[in-house]
Design a binder for this molecule. Sequence first.
Ligand SMILES: [Zn+2]
Ligand SMILES: [Zn+2]
Length: 430
Amino acid sequence: MNSYLPKEKEELTELIKLRRMFHQNPEIGFTEFWTTARICEYLEPLSCQLLYGDKLKAALLEPDLLTARQNQLAYKVATEKGISDPWIEKLQGITGLVAIIKGKKPGPKFGFRVDIDGLPIVESTENAHLPYREGFASSNGFMHACGHDGHMAIGMGLAKRLAAAADKLNGEYYFLFQPAEEMIMGGKIFSTLNFIEDLNYFIPVHIGLKSERKIICGLSFLADKRYHVSFTGNSAHAAAFPEKGKNALLAACQAVTGLYGISRHSEGYSRINIGCFQSNNAVNIISDKVEFDLDLRGQFNNINEYLATQAENIIIGAAKMQDVQCSINVVTEGESADNSPALMLQIRKACLDIGIPEKDIMDHYLISASEDACIIMNKVAKNGGLATYVCIGCPTYGGHHNEKFDFDEDVLLAGVKILYQFVQNTQEKQ
Ligand SMILES: [Zn+2]
Ligand SMILES: [Zn+2]
């Protein structure tokens, strides 16, 4: 992938420039105002129809999901920066956008999804870290440590190519620049976009993940369900009247032990973790309030449903044992999704067509992480469309979600070329 035509060299230079611009200005979930503004600014002159702000909201079948999640405070901060940025005003407090390119003739509907959020990580200031060494590391306490800066560049580069070719294309092309992937929340909101059920093809893209230079035509993720659990009992003097207390701490500890003891499932693997366990009573008080966060993940949706049923029984049972109250709130959830073998084959063919050797193309790979694009993939598949999750694998120095995360920037061009070739191949078939 290292010898380029002069035009490709120019294109890669532009993709790198875009990636570095986003890298230097990361924003976390539902605060991606500057990011959304820059994407709009870039795409508008390319004759893309843009859905942002109220137009984006109007395209959602469940717009209330969006309202509940938007960070109005971050919007206020963004607009009060004092810098003239007309685009931020136009966003009306809503992050993310959809860009639509319409071909000359009717034809299939394509959806491409890239995520746009960063992470709350302070970026490395070591010289060995290339973004720092080359002066495009972030300094705002957030970081694109998962490659979403690169995903945006790929989405914008592909949109640019397709917009330029629009008068020769059939069909419609929808680019989802989705907020808040890291929170496993933006995908659910975007899954209610009014065109999702009509898509014939849907492809989310990720860089890295498998630290090898391989293209994965069908990447799979774990289903995920996250809870906030609380136990409420009665406080009492721990020495004088312990029998008058109802011990929330004991119930929570018994619940935690029980949760880690949930049996594995024969049909696939699972993950259980408890984090942020809090009890604030003094040592001479029977604990009356305990909270913790629970994360359940399963290889398939049915495994996650099994984990959820078991977990809820255990929590309720532990509360009963100590005669305390419990509340179990689902914070967020993500699904697993099947990749369409037919679409995976088309991605494989596109890779071969642009000269990627067979040995560098993989069909399946399961990663122990979750992705909220799966919920969109399932909706597309349910309505007869084809969906697959494509990974442009490469070494990720430091690894994902690490302060030294980085990737080989030439994968940006590979991503654009594969998806563009895939579109070209579908055109030939008609
Ligand atoms: Zn991530
Ligand atoms: Zn990611």
